[in-house]
Ligand binder design. Structure first.
Ligand code: FES
Ligand code: FES
Length: 153
């Protein structure tokens, strides 16, 4: 076991982690942040996407010990004072979810895309979200929501 410090949604956690524990399991099972989903466990679907020091990462591809000292934001960390984050609100307004399983990861990827200035138009949004799969194939409304949140709609 190794001592690891993670700041998750602004809260500092000191944990003892086995070297093989994946970040997604640390978030879900150690910290109870079950908004981050596991879809494939093979880095294909993006359901587990979180922000690691501001960059979107698939948390099933990161070991918990690799995130030592990092600041992590999960879907639970986006809303402020009872107000949805603008990307969450845009997903709501544009009906950008069906079963919702992919939604947390999709929202986190969208936040990163917008914050990096890469959500420029429909094509760049589609390219930027390529690593996040929606099994309901509801991509059209997702792209509209991201464009709206990016001020491009
Ligand atoms: S669970 Fe991480 S990419 Fe699918
Ligand atoms: S809304 Fe169901 S997987 Fe995307």
């Amino acid at each position: 076991m190794r001592p690891v410090t993670l700041t998750v949604n602004g809260v500092r956690h000191e944990l003892e982690l086995a070297p093989r524990e994946l970040l997604v399991h640390v978030l879900r099972e150690r910290l109870g942040l079950t908004g981050t989903n596991v879809g494939c466990d093979t880095s294909s679907c993006g359901a587990c996407t979180v922000l690691l020091d501001g960059e979107s990462v698939k948390s099933c591809t990161v070991l918990g010990v690799q995130a030592d000292g990092a600041a992590i934001t999960t879907i639970e960390g986006l809303a402020r004072g009872g107000e949805l984050h603008p990307v969450q609100q845009a997903f709501h307004d544009h009906h950008a979810l069906q079963c919702g399983y992919c939604t947390p990861g999709m929202v986190m990827a969208a936040v990163s895309l917008i914050e990096s200035g890469e959500a420029r138009d429909e094509e760049s949004i589609r390219n930027g979200l390529e690593g996040n799969l929606c099994r309901c194939t509801g991509y059209h409304n997702i792209v509209e929501a991201v464009a709206a949140a990016a001020g491009k709609a």
